[in-house]
Design a protein around this ligand. Structure first.
Ligand code: SAM
Length: 292
């Protein structure tokens, strides 16, 4: 087996050979600990039949671990300066394809269709660039893609919000958007020392597994997410105040909304963070006719 790209010595040698300088604006914090990479890969529960989408391969540290444990890896990398490096470091892995594109702009559905036509098990695995963690996760979670789930490294603070339960300070519209589609757990807390350069914040690996069907039944998903977002717009405000100020025409619909809350036995003075996913679903289904 090849020596790992991610050992500190080899990483430094590769960066020096190509005169590569990190771009902070692209969230370039490369992993230099093969144990962490093995752990991430194990969390993904890959088989020889699995396909993997990776976001941001960097110099290929995680990519090679994924390539060894799956049928095919397709990685999206925004920084073209990495092309000659990846061509070199990933040359032992013919089952890897790198697409030099911003993953947020890429037509991921088309890529999945073209690259993974014969593959039934598809996972998204990444050490995410921290400046765009949330939009990238939301793109894959809410995009109705044929994936089994995601294993991603992100800022611990975001990991806590993704996996938060009702009644806790981290619970909010991000927790709801993700847990509606996926189960979410923090699989591992990761110290700053395993990155080059070291980020300013602690990190965590989150494992998301797609539910067979969303956790709750909602009449209209867009309306459900619009309403949950409005409910957390100002965390100190009550649910009712957030809905009146955050929903279109909310002020005129205040009386009707109060009536709905009464019917559902939801106290209007509660804060959004105290409502379960089930309560939000019931509320959005009952409010939907009032707003349409
Ligand atoms: N996977 C490598 C590792 O673990 O060492 C690098 C991870 S580094 C945290 C994030 C990577 O994402 C960088 O290579 C960066 O250039 C890339 N990146 C940043 N923004 C991106 C975007 N919008 N689309 C695709 N890749 C992006």
């Amino acid at each position: 087996m090849q020596k790992d790209i991610a050992t500190p010595i080899r990483t430094r040698a590769i960066l020096n050979r190509y005169g590569f300088s990190f771009k902070k604006s692209l969230g370039q914090n490369f992993l230099i600990d093969p144990n962490v990479l093995r752990n991430i890969t194990e969390q993904a529960e890959l088989s020889e039949e699995s396909g993997v989408i990776e976001i941001g391969p960097g110099i290929g540290a995680l990519t090679e671990h994924l390539a060894r444990r799956s049928k095919k890896v397709v990685a999206f990398e925004i920084d073209r300066r990495l092309a000659p490096i990846l061509e070199d470091t990933l040359s032992p892995y013919p089952n890897v394809k790198v697409i030099y594109e911003d993953v947020l702009k890429a037509d991921v559905r088309k890529v999945m269709k073209e690259e993974f036509a014969s593959i039934k098990d598809l996972m998204v695995v990444a050490n995410l660039p921290y400046y765009v963690t949330t939009p990238i996760i939301l793109k894959f979670v809410t995009g109705h893609f044929p994936i089994r789930g995601m294993v991603v490294m992100l800022q611990k603070e975001v990991a806590d919000r993704v996996s938060a339960q009702p009644g806790t300070k981290n619970y909010g519209s991000l927790s709801i958007a993700i847990q509606y589609y996926m189960t979410a757990e923090v699989a591992m807390i990761v110290p700053k020392t395993v990155f080059m350069p070291q980020p300013n914040v602690d990190s965590a690996v989150v494992k998301l597994v797609k539910r067979e069907k969303p956790k709750v039944d909602v009449t209209d998903e867009d309306f459900f997410f619009q309403m949950t977002k409005a409910s957390f717009a100002q965390r100190r405000k009550t649910l009712m105040n957030n809905l009146t100020s955050g929903m279109p025409g909310g002020k005129e619909k205040k009386e009707a909304m109060l009536e709905v809350l009464g019917q559902l036995s939801i106290d209007p003075s509660r804060r959004g963070e105290t409502l379960s996913l089930e309560e939000f679903a019931a509320l959005s289904n009952a409010l939907y006719p009032i707003f349409h």
